[in-house]
Design a protein around this ligand. Structure first.
Ligand SMILES: [Zn+2]
Ligand SMILES: [Zn+2]
Length: 244
């Protein structure tokens, strides 16, 4: 593949950079967007841990978001020397959570006399929680993800980019859904989805070949490309490359 040709179109450097990252990610195993999400999110987590402790605005946002989602919290726990920042930031969240509970701490007799009132308080409390902004890393990544979709869709008529895409493992199903949501009216969506279908068909063929070799009549046959198809099909449906 002529990479110079891929990246030399007359476009804003940021678009070229996004394309370059996307094409490079497509040459790695698994869904390119899952790979980029992992790589970028890890950087966002590190930056947030470094800056949010000192930045008042970020601290407010962090507190209201309730910290990281489970995935990004697990990521944060693996970052070296993050213990101090994590303790400070999560102490803040814990305090915020504790401050919200007294509304629900009514005594037993009040509870018995005002069941409807209690129910209303609980519903209000739950509603307030649902209104929260959510994990700051997920939000940042979502904005970034849209930039990749825009470039992929705009390149839907470019043979060189589509060839790299078709030769890749394709997108996982959750990212396929995300692409369709973002590009539902884009003129190149059908072409990109046709390329994605080829990737899924190849995976399907590998899974079927793997299943065939589970049969005692064919167990003596050596495994080829289909050897890890059982892992790839799970990753494709779940949206994460196993073990990463
Ligand atoms: Zn994915
Ligand atoms: Zn998250």
């Amino acid at each position: 593949m002529n990479h110079r040709r891929l990246f030399n179109r007359r476009q804003a450097p940021s678009t070229n950079l996004i394309r370059q990252e996307l094409v490079e990610a497509m040459q790695e195993p698994g869904c390119a967007l899952c790979g980029l999400a992992q790589q970028k999110s890890s950087r966002y987590v590190e930056t947030l841990l470094e800056t949010a402790v000192m930045d008042v605005d970020q601290r407010d946002d962090w507190r209201y978001a309730g910290g990281f989602c489970q995935l990004h919290a697990e990521m944060a726990l693996t970052i070296p020397n993050a213990a101090g920042s994590l303790a400070i930031l999560y102490e803040d969240v814990l305090q915020y959570e504790m401050a919200g509970l007294p509304d629900l701490e009514v005594n037993r007799s009040w509870w018995q006399r005002h069941r409807q009132g209690v129910k209303r308080r609980v519903q209000q409390w739950l509603y307030k929680r649902q209104e929260r902004a959510g994990c700051p890393v997920c939000r940042t990544w979502q904005t970034q993800e849209h930039l990749y979709w825009a470039v992929l869709l705009d390149d839907g008529d470019q043979d060189d980019v589509m060839r790299v895409f078709i030769e890749s493992d394709g997108l996982c199903i959750p990212h396929t859904v995300s692409l369709i949501e973002f590009g539902s009216t884009h003129i190149h969506l059908p072409a990109v989805l046709a390329a994605q279908r080829q990737c899924l068909q190849r995976l399907h063929g590998h899974v079927k070949a793997f299943i065939r070799k589970q049969d005692y009549r064919f167990v003596h046959e050596p495994y080829g490309e289909e050897a890890d198809a059982w892992q790839r099909v799970v990753a494709c449906l779940v949206g994460r490359w196993p073990g990463k």
